[in-house]
Design a protein around this ligand. Structure first.
Ligand SMILES: Cc1cc2nc3c(=O)[nH]c(=O)nc-3n(C[C@H](O)[C@H](O)[C@H](O)COP(=O)(O)OP(=O)(O)OC[C@H]3O[C@@H](n4cnc5c(N)ncnc54)[C@H](O)[C@@H]3O)c2cc1C
Ligand SMILES: *[C@@H]1O[C@H](CO)[C@@H](O)[C@H](O)[C@H]1NC(C)=O
Length: 516
């Protein structure tokens, strides 16, 4: 057995043991002890293991050879399920705690788990500018692989551990989405194993109904086994401009204006209070002014959202050159601003210089070890939500977020939403500019009550023709859900592909009752 893996497993057992020995109080009230002593070193080991593995696989060129065999293994498992009489639904065998998505689906325990062992980059086609990958390939793995060769993805969702499969079957977004759309809009083909065990490829012209039905379907139409994603030339730096803006109307106007300016490769807003924000615009470049280079990803550097706030406090604009990979993963070290609630002193310079290289702990391990008490506590006193709203409703949306949640900073990430068929598209016939509003943290409204407050928010979002990201807690009932999402193509495909007894409906997979 791999020594790193066994060491990791040993540490994990130790961690689980500590948890079961009645340290509940300590864990709830001083979670950082456990996180710093166990999770953080363990996360480092996991990363080293996966990086070595990815490197070796690419060196040995073993992935393309093994891919066919691995897909046949998935098909064989589906065949087995058919032979057994299609008794329960199927789902991927990836344990719920391993995903970045917040909640663990209860269905993992009762559905037939199909083991999907597909975590490699298959092919880089420079001529077509396409990379073909397996679904468990992560964003960290892809940028580490592509950037040194001068390439990158048009949309690189922030966290290293996000997977291609999750970003296609759920969704993904980055600050380049005002040009390229959501993660799935940068994909050119999907390969799936369907409920009848067959392998199909779909593109905008070949099996196009399936191609457009896949995003947001959360694995309820088939198993993704490969995807082709567009690549674009990478540059060394992002020239990033920070602009503090005061006044809600001005903030919304500025964000809209910058999103429509085609010279900006990246547009992002961090809102620090109802009328204070910093709007950032970035341009890719190979040249940099030495003095203005800031390697924000280095472990001893301040957390990015804290760094950005200094421009607001000083009330001055600024320009910095940030190495591209540092830019793509600028919120990773602090998990946006989630880590401040778990390691309160994490941004303290002493901690950063001594231990900064070990954070963040893996979200998967945080989830695995959080225990029922913390989970409940988090559910009632903590929100993690991304709501996608048309930019014309942005001002109203921020006001609503303020009165219902009062969580800051808010993340603003503009994106283009094309009028493709499928679950998510604008109301009109045209491509429309939307904004992802991310709220992560402890609500400061007095009357906050998770269910009531979130249902209120969801209603607001439905009314402005917006969408809720499905990784988060969803309190809508079925009718409300299908009022928010367009089910026409989805249900047609479920019928056509005989999914009814093979996969649950997407609502039954992501609703509150289905997860814990
Ligand atoms: C703290 C935090 C930060 C986040 N930050 C960002 C961010 O910066 N940008 C962003 O875009 N998103 C972000 N997200 C949300 C993220 O987009 C979703 O969690 C997304 O679904 C990816 O998660 P995952 O790779 O762990 O996918 P999973 O949770 O593993 O998968 C999502 C869905 O897809 C299905 N699925 C996965 N693989 C397959 C397959 N091979 N075949 C069939 N079905 C499959 C799963 O069953 C599941 O229903 C964040 C989430 C959290 C909790
Ligand atoms: C910030 O600076 C602008 C001019 O650049 C000025 O008009 C404004 O009053 C300042 N705001 C604060 C809060 O200092």
């Amino acid at each position: 057995m791999d020594p790193l893996l066994s060491l990791g497993a040993g540490l994990l057992l130790l961690a689980l043991w500590v948890r079961h020995k009645g340290l509940e109080y300590l864990l709830v009230h001083h979670r950082w002890v456990f996180v710093c002593l166990f999770l953080v070193p363990l996360s480092v080991l996991f990363d080293i293991y996966y990086q070595l593995r990815a490197w070796a696989v690419w060196r040995l060129h073993s992935a393309p050879r093994q891919h066919g065999q691995r897909v046949r293994h998935i098909q064989a498992q589906v065949q087995e399920w058919k032979n057994e009489g299609r008794k329960t639904y199927m789902c991927t065998g990836r344990p719920g705690w391993l995903t970045v998505s917040l909640r663990v689906g209860k269905y993992k325990k009762i559905h037939k788990n199909i083991v999907i062992n597909l975590m490699d980059i298959l092919e880089l086609d420079i001529e077509r500018q396409v990379v073909r990958v397996e679904p468990l390939v992560t964003m960290g793995q892809l940028t580490a692989h592509l950037n040194p060769m001068g390439w990158t993805l048009p949309v690189v969702p922030e966290l290293d551990d996000l997977t291609v499969g999750g970003l296609i079957m759920g969704t993904g977004i980055e600050t380049s989405s005002h040009i390229y759309g959501l993660f799935q809009h940068t994909c050119l083909a999907y390969e799936l194993v369907l409920a009848d065990g067959s392998l199909v490829r779909c593109t905008p012209t070949e099996n196009s109904d399936l191609f457009y039905a896949v995003p947001w379907s959360c694995g309820t139409l088939g198993f993704l086994v490969a995807a082709e994603i567009k690549i674009i030339p990478a540059k060394k730096y992002v020239k990033l401009q920070y602009k503090p803006v005061r006044g809600l109307e001005k903030i919304c106007d500025k964000l809209t204006e910058e999103s429509k300016n085609k010279e900006n490769n990246f547009v992002e807003g961090l809102v620090y209070s109802l009328d204070e924000a910093v709007i950032m615009t970035g341009v890719l470049t190979d040249e940099a002014e030495g003095r203005q280079i800031n390697r924000i990803g280095n472990y001893y550097k301040p957390w990015f959202f804290k760094h950005v706030e200094t421009y607001l406090k000083a009330n001055k604009t600024g320009i910095e050159y940030i190495p591209s990979r540092h830019y793509y993963h600028r919120h990773t070290r602090s998990i946006f601003w989630e880590l401040q609630d778990i390691i309160p002193f994490g941004n303290n310079p002493v901690f950063r210089y001594l231990f900064g290289w070990m954070v963040p702990p893996k979200i998967s391990l945080l989830k695995l070890t959080q225990g029922e008490a913390i989970r409940k506590l988090y559910e009632q006193h903590h929100v993690v939500q991304d709501m996608l709203v048309p930019v014309k409703s942005l001002e109203k949306s921020i006001t609503t977020f303020h009165s219902d949640l009062n969580v800051y900073p808010l993340w603003l990430c503009p994106f283009m939403l094309p009028n493709n068929p499928g679950m998510v598209h604008p109301k009109g016939d045209e491509t429309e500019l939307y904004v992802d509003i991310g709220a992560y943290g402890e609500p400061k409204t007095k009357q906050f009550e998770a269910r009531v407050s979130m249902r209120q928010m969801e209603k607001f979002v439905r009314n402005v023709h917006g969408f809720q990201m499905l990784y988060a807690d969803c309190y809508m009932n079925r009718e409300e859900f299908w009022d928010m999402f367009d089910g026409a193509l989805y249900h047609k495909m479920r019928e056509q592909l005989n999914c009814k007894d093979a996969f649950p409906e997407v609502y039954d997979k992501i609703c509150k009752a289905a997860r814990h």
